[in-house]
Design a binder for this molecule. Structure first.
Ligand SMILES: [Zn+2]
Length: 274
């Protein structure tokens, strides 16, 4: 499986992101900063693939950016830190005690420099209460949003800890408002199943139909379907489209049904959708 992509084939950006497949269907992302001679990993899900990816680029690890506390996202933190003891660990302040090795607890809107790049942390509760999306930019090319299990390509994470209203604000109030060219780098390869549900919700959506064909071609070659883009997500992702009449009609909403309730109904249907 290819493990690398660059942010854009036409941009002169120096932001390079290597996809690091982990476990069954998880993705970690290695942010490679050639100018500063360092790298950082978003979600050290599993030790060996992360250490192998760092070794391939041959640069010291400066940081782990943990999107949330679930084991399939932080299971490699301790051993990766043992191999790279100078690395610092970012995560949401409420995940202290849940993210192994957390050194830099963050609040919503926190910004920090990651070598050559700037990072804004957005608190996006819903899947978990401490979920964070890291928006990373080199100030030139498109930014990358590392969304963990909050926003997937064509879908969203289950509501394990947060409320539908929290998830609605995280998805529609924060992530959907990012610039359309923002890359969506999520925590799992769930795109094909998500699109099947999207087509069930909006059978007339031609963007969904086109995406299903494109994703099938990628998967037939064993290639990842990440990253997506925020602009495309607005066209295909039912959880970002809770105000679209066809989506509202699908869940039986009437004029008094608010957007959070549409999201709740969609998420509940998706939980058992085959
Ligand atoms: Zn999770």
């Amino acid at each position: 499986m290819p493990t690398a992509t660059t942010s854009s084939s036409t941009s002169s950006t120096s932001l390079r992101v290597d996809i690091v497949p982990c476990l069954n269907d998880n993705y970690g992302y290695l942010i490679v900063d050639e100018a500063r001679g360092q790298c950082a990993i978003v979600d050290a899900s599993e030790t060996k693939p992360v250490l192998d990816a760092i070794a391939r680029v041959g640069l010291p690890l400066a940081a782990i950016l943990s999107t949330h506390h679930h084991h399939d996202h932080v299971g490699g933190n301790a051993e990766v830190l043992a191999a790279h003891p100078k690395a610092i660990v970012y995560g949401h302040s409420s995940d202290q005690g849940r993210i192994p090795g957390l050194t830099h607890p963050l609040e919503d809107g926190a910004t920090f420099e990651l070598g050559s790049f700037s990072v804004t942390a957005r608190h996006v509760p819903g899947h978990t209460l401490g979920a964070v999306t890291y928006v990373v930019s080199d100030g030139d090319g498109p930014a990358w949003a590392f969304t963990g299990d909050t926003l997937f390509v064509a879908g969203c994470g289950r509501l394990f800890e947060g409320t539908p209203a929290q998830m609605h604000r995280s998805l529609c109030g924060i992530l959907a408002e990012l610039p359309p060219d923002t890359r969506v780098a999520c925590g799992h390869e769930y795109t094909a199943a998500n699109l099947k549900f999207a087509a069930h919700v909006e059978p007339q959506n031609t963007h969904v139909a086109a995406k299903i064909a494109a994703v099938a071609a990628l998967r037939a070659k064993g290639e990842p379907t990440v990253p997506g883009t925020i602009g495309e997500e607005r066209e295909i992702n039912p959880f970002l489209r809770v105000d679209v009449p066809a989506v509202r009609t699908h869940v039986g909403a009437d004029a008094s049904t608010d957007s959070s309730e549409v999201l709740r109904l969609l998420r509940e249907e998706k939980n058992s959708f085959k």
